[in-house]
Design a protein around this ligand. Structure first.
Ligand code: FAD
Length: 289
């Protein structure tokens, strides 16, 4: 199928883009890498009247450390996130996850901001941002506002971003040196969207897990912070009793979707297996260090 008719404007500046968003609201879509938007148009799942191309807004591209935080511009291509030493040093969870995002061609065009704006439930970057406690910066004609990742992801493709807001960047505090990260996902083939996945962070202090963050994606309608499971691990040795407690707690935290990928009970079991892998890795690396 071909896309329905639409008008096209190349934004000259952020101000130009947000002015157009304000004028056209839900009839307009930002065009970033086009890796999700163009297939949606071609399949007529989306029928915007106007596309606002932000690809010439080069200052929205790139990851940098501003002395306090890592800032990943909305237009940073997944491939550039993957190559960024800054991201690897200060937000290693993202570097672990990014090779799982699609294939080379998708990563060459797709953007960090596009992924966070779209909030596909199986996407890796939203889950990492939530696990890292990041902040999303949005601009409209009303001004700039910051939304914590915990308040940003509302539901299936549903976020705190309003139709007239442009996502500018994500801000992430640098990872403390003693924080460990693990990222595991299950997909039919490498690069396919995840059927289940976990982005995990924790410290290991005197053999005990602390500061645990567990975020699940792929099986839920949105990236999900598993607060009951996190509480079940906090201050505990990673042993059989804690594994059982986390496995039980996940049933409270997760409510997997029933779809062609599998039944909810199957997905819950996948998430339990991935959790074990992630926390085995974090505990094992801490013991070996
Ligand atoms: C074959 C294939 C496999 C893929 N596999 C994966 C995968 O495994 N994991 C994964 O996470 N993704 C995957 N993707 C999606 C890919 O990562 C996309 O690049 C990403 O989801 C969207 O980024 P984009 O820059 O292409 O956004 P676009 O497609 O341009 O836009 C997506 C949506 O976000 C909006 N948007 C984009 N940027 C902004 C902004 N700055 N402000 C406000 N709104 C904005 C657009 O209006 C649109 O609604 C895959 C895509 C394909 C085609």
């Amino acid at each position: 199928m071909k896309a329905p008719k639409f008008s096209y404007v190349r934004a000259q500046s952020v101000e130009h883009a947000v002015k157009l968003l304000a004028e056209h609201g839900d009839d307009a879509r930002i065009l970033a890498g086009g890796q999700s938007l163009m297939p949606a148009l071609n399949m007529r799942l989306s029928r915007p009247k106007l596309l606002i191309d932000i690809n010439r807004l080069e200052h929205l591209a790139g990851a940098k450390f501003d002395g306090k935080n890592v800032r990943i511009g909305a237009l940073t291509r997944h491939a550039d996130v993957m190559l960024s030493h800054m991201v690897a040093k200060y937000a290693p969870l993202i570097s672990m996850a990014i090779p799982h995002v699609g294939h080379v061609a998708v990563r060459n065009r797709g953007t960090f901001g596009g992924s966070v704006a779209l909030a596909d439930p199986a996407a890796e970057m939203p889950a990492c941002l939530l696990a890292l406690g990041g902040t999303i910066v949005l601009q409209s004609v009303r001004g700039i506002r910051e939304v914590a990742a915990e308040d940003y992801f509302h539901g299936l493709y549903d976020t705190a971003r309003q139709p007239d807001e442009l996502l500018l960047e994500a801000v992430i505090a640098p990872e403390p040196a003693d924080m460990r990260a693990a990222f595991h996902e299950l997909a039919r083939r490498h690069g396919d969207f995840a059927m289940a996945g976990v982005a995990a962070r924790a410290k290991v202090e005197s053999g005990k897990l602390t500061h645990v963050r567990l975020v699940y994606f792929g099986s839920e309608v949105k990236p999900t912070l598993a607060k009951t499971a996190m509480a079940a691990t906090e201050g505990k040795l990673w042993n059989g009793a804690t594994r059982d407690a986390v496995a039980a707690a996940l049933a409270h935290d997760l409510d997997p979707m029933d779809n062609l990928m599998g039944e909810p009970a199957t997905k819950l079991q996948w998430q339990r297996v991935l959790t074990k892998r992630a926390l085995d890795q974090i505990s094992g690396e801490a013991t070996a260090a």
